[in-house]
Structure formats: structure tokens, C-alpha cells
Design a protein around this ligand. Sequence first.
Ligand code: AMP
Length: 215
Amino acid sequence: MLIIMLGAPGAGKGTIARMLVEKFGIVQISTGDMLRQAVNEGTPVGKKALEFMNSGKLVPDDVIMAIIEERIAQPDCAQGFIFDGFPRTIPQAHALESLLTKKNMTVDAIVNLEVPEEVVLKRLTSRRTCSNPHCQAIYNIYTMPPKKEGICDKCGSSLIQRDDETEEAIKVRLDTYYEKTQPLIDYYCKHKAYFAVSSLDAHETFDAIVQRLQK
Ligand code: AMP
């Protein structure tokens, strides 16, 4: 099974992807999480990505395609995967198409999460992330607070506000989304696997996707 999650930063791609991972036993491939891990480990990819990420800009396409190609070749991807935050540009979508053709793979669902900008803004500024690079659990101080303030329920590490979740960086990320990523909707909307979900409720969104996949 192969799923692509589209939507603005803060639309809920990661949350829904994790629910689908549990349901279908497939792997979540979040380029954002992979890049943050590379930054924490100080790898060459991390060093290249850091400045782009902190300012809310996109990491160059060739860097992204290299990590994607390596990731999907790993054995745990054999049952399928969900792309969360990838592709994010038209050139990435073209490169993905060539890669999938080469591997004889087809896409089962391209899900566009439609969430109004004011909701996305509120979600991003109230988001807290686990500082443990191996956990990276996400909380929201209003809607999904941890049991103990500032502490991750899952691993006990401290929660942080990411550098790219300051108001200034969020504005750049949203502008980047409208300029570079939103054109992907036009690119994919005629694809038979494409559909949009506009519920703000994660469970409703999840059910809609599962229903569509099981059709
Ligand atoms: P995310 O957590 O998915 O919002 O990603 C955080 C940051 O990582 C983004 O603001 C970009 O700087 C970078 N990033 C993640 N995925 C991609 C991608 N597919 N293409 C380019 N940059 C990316």
C-alpha cells in the first residue's frame, strides 16, 4: 500500500499518517522527521538542511530525493508506506513518479487535507514536540496537552517549541506552501487515487480515508 498525504503545515498529516500506520502495519516516511534526525545527528544531510529548515524554507529537491530513494529501498518498506510531507514541489512529484515507475509501484491514495489557514496557524503556534529525536511525539497545548506540563507522556523527555514554529518562520512556511506545494493539488487532482478531506476531526478524517481505501 502506498499513500501520499498532502496539506499545509499543521493540517494534520503526521497525526493521520500515524493512525494509518497502526491500522495497516505500513511505514510512515516523514521527510521532516528524517531531516530533523539528520540535523540532531550532525550528518552531512543535516548540515545541508539546517539553515533551510530553521528559516521555514524548503530543503533542495536533490537532497530530498536522495533520502527518499535510500529510505524506500529498506526492507521495512516492503509492505508499503505513507509519505508525510513529501512530495512538496512539482520536481519532487516528477522524480517520485519516475522512481515508482522504475520500481513498478502504484499509488493507492493521494489524500489532500483541506484545513483553513487560521486553524493551521493556531495549531502550529500551540504545537509542542518531544525533544527526544527517537520519539518526536507531538502535543498541542490546547487540544492534546501532555499529562504533565512540558513532559512527553511516551518517553518522559522535555517538550519543545520547534525553531521553525515561531510566528516568523511559520509565515515563511505557509508562503512556501502556497508557492511551491499547493500547485501539487492541480498536478494530482486528476489522478484516480486523489481525494480531499476537509474535516477538522482526526478520527473522522481517518475513517474517511480507510473507507476510501477499502472501496
Ligand atoms: P515538516 O515537519 O514536514 O513541516 O518539515 C519541516 C521542514 O523540513 C520544512 O519546513 C522543510 O524545511 C523541510 N522539509 C521537509 N520535507 C521536505 C520536502 N519534501 N522538501 C523540502 N523540504 C522539506
